[in-house]
Design a protein around this ligand. Structure first.
Ligand code: TYC
Length: 102
C-alpha cells in the first residue's frame, strides 16, 4: 500500500471515531383527552424532569401544540418514544410522541 493510501485509510478510520453521533429531538404533541397529570407523570418518569420542569413543558405543549422533552442519541430517542406510546396506550390516552433528527 502506498503511503498516500495508508494516510487516507488512517484518516477515514480515525475521523469517524471523533465524530459526534447524530442527535434526535423528542417532542410531545397536544391533544384534547390526555390529562395534564398524566403528561406531567410521563415527563417525570420517562424524561427525568423535575415536577416544576414537567409542569412547564406540559403547559407549553398544551398552549403551543408541541414541546421539546429532550435530545438523545437515536436508540435512546426511539426507546423514549416507544415507552411514551406504550404507557399512553395502557392508560387509554391518545398522547402522541415523535422524534426528529437535529
Ligand atoms: N390538552 C390536554 C388537556 O387539556 C393536556 C395535554 C398537555 C395533553 C400536553 C397532551 O402533550 C400533551 N387535558
Amino acid at each position: 500500500m502506498s503511503e498516500r493510501k495508508f494516510r487516507e485509510l488512517f484518516e477515514d478510520m480515525t475521523s469517524s471515531k471523533l465524530k459526534l453521533p447524530p442527535m434526535f429531538k423528542v417532542y410531545l404533541l397536544n391533544d384534547d383527552y390526555t390529562t395534564m397529570d398524566f403528561v406531567v407523570t410521563v415527563l417525570e418518569t420517562i424524561f427525568h424532569k423535575t415536577a416544576a420542569e414537567a409542569t412547564q413543558i406540559m403547559l407549553h405543549v398544551h398552549k403551543q401544540g408541541s414541546g421539546l422533552c429532550g435530545v438523545y442519541t437515536k436508540d435512546i430517542a426511539e426507546t423514549k418514544v416507544v415507552r411514551v406510546r406504550e404507557l399512553a396506550e395502557k392508560n387509554d390516552f391518545p398522547l402522541m410522541c415523535m422524534m426528529e433528527e437535529e
